[in-house]
Write a protein that binds this ligand. Sequence first.
Ligand SMILES: Cc1ncc(COP(=O)(O)O)c(C=O)c1O
Length: 380
Amino acid sequence: MSLTAEAFRSHFPIFQDKAHLCSCSEGALSDRVMVAMSEFMTSWRVHGAPWHAWMDEVDAARTLFADLIHAAPEDVAVVSCASEAAYHVAATLDYAERPVILTSEFEFPSVAHVWLGQQPRGARVEFVPAGDTGMTADDVAQVMGEGTGLVSVPLVSYRNGMRPPVREIAKLAHSRGARVFVDAYQGAGVMPVDVRDLDCDYLASGTLKYLLGAPGIAFLYVRPGLDLAHEPPLTGWFARQEPFAFDPHLLDYAPGARRFQTGTPAIPAAFAAAAGLRLIREIDPQESLRHVLALGDSLQEAFLAAGIALHSPADRSLRGPQVAVLAEDAEDLAAFLAGRGVLVAPRGRAIRISLHYYNDLTDVGRVLEGVLDYRRGHRL
Ligand SMILES: Cc1ncc(COP(=O)(O)O)c(C=O)c1O
């Protein structure tokens, strides 16, 4: 039986005094993650160097993430951040025949920066010209030519919570011989993610946002059997067939996605990630998406009725777990709200109000009231 939203919320002590609406920045800390982090400290204190137990937790996190996205654990690499995951993808592509990497302004900058960083190696980065709030498969079709090797698309945009039609974009990309990279960071944990259904070639996410872990660890899914132009040049002993062979002359890449690993993983972050993922496993992703969309509908209707302009798409089928409100001074508005215990994430000309399965109508009421109060004394 899956947890109800109310039971899920009870695992997050921050709701005793705050309205946490900033999971797009950092997920709320659960009692489970606090226990897991202290278990790590205790194991260190008591056992000194319990590497086997620690690596078991890294593997547990990998398997939990793989289960979440409906992949096999051997098709998931443990990496340190989404940028590193993107780098592994970029560094193993062939830019001779297909130099173009297609991205968009909805991409998180760090990932776009990795694509741009490949230009000296022959890559050409093109941005899909898209509207202010959304991006369609047609937008992608218009710029995708014969030379496109990779199409990079977020599951949900960090900027305004927009959900691009990833499945349609993947179908289009594959019909033209290009691969698809999905940055799932702003959606994994709060909505269903199925790599078989998305039909993507790569998918990356860190665990510190909707997956409820801590900074320091991320995962890269790579479709099994994908041909690589080169083995990953950023490597290390955890990418070897036998990491404990300790042979500095032997560069044998492990089968599957483990070939994309490097050095010692972030063990404390792995403890937090596994605990967060175990908690996420107790909720139904369809139910979670329904819950956040319903809360988003309430927010959107109330803001629009009050004449407040939104940066997130009006169409619910394009909206993810986030409602973004346009504000002239988003930092100032976020600080005003924080003063009342309402935590949102400012970014550019908007505050991002992000919703998880732990949020409820009291949080929605608090942020709404705060924004309306702010507007009495300031321009939005
Ligand atoms: C969509 C998205 N991708 C990636 C990141 C982070 O990238 P990295 O793990 O490289 O810091 C973020 C936010 O921090 C994000 O919102």
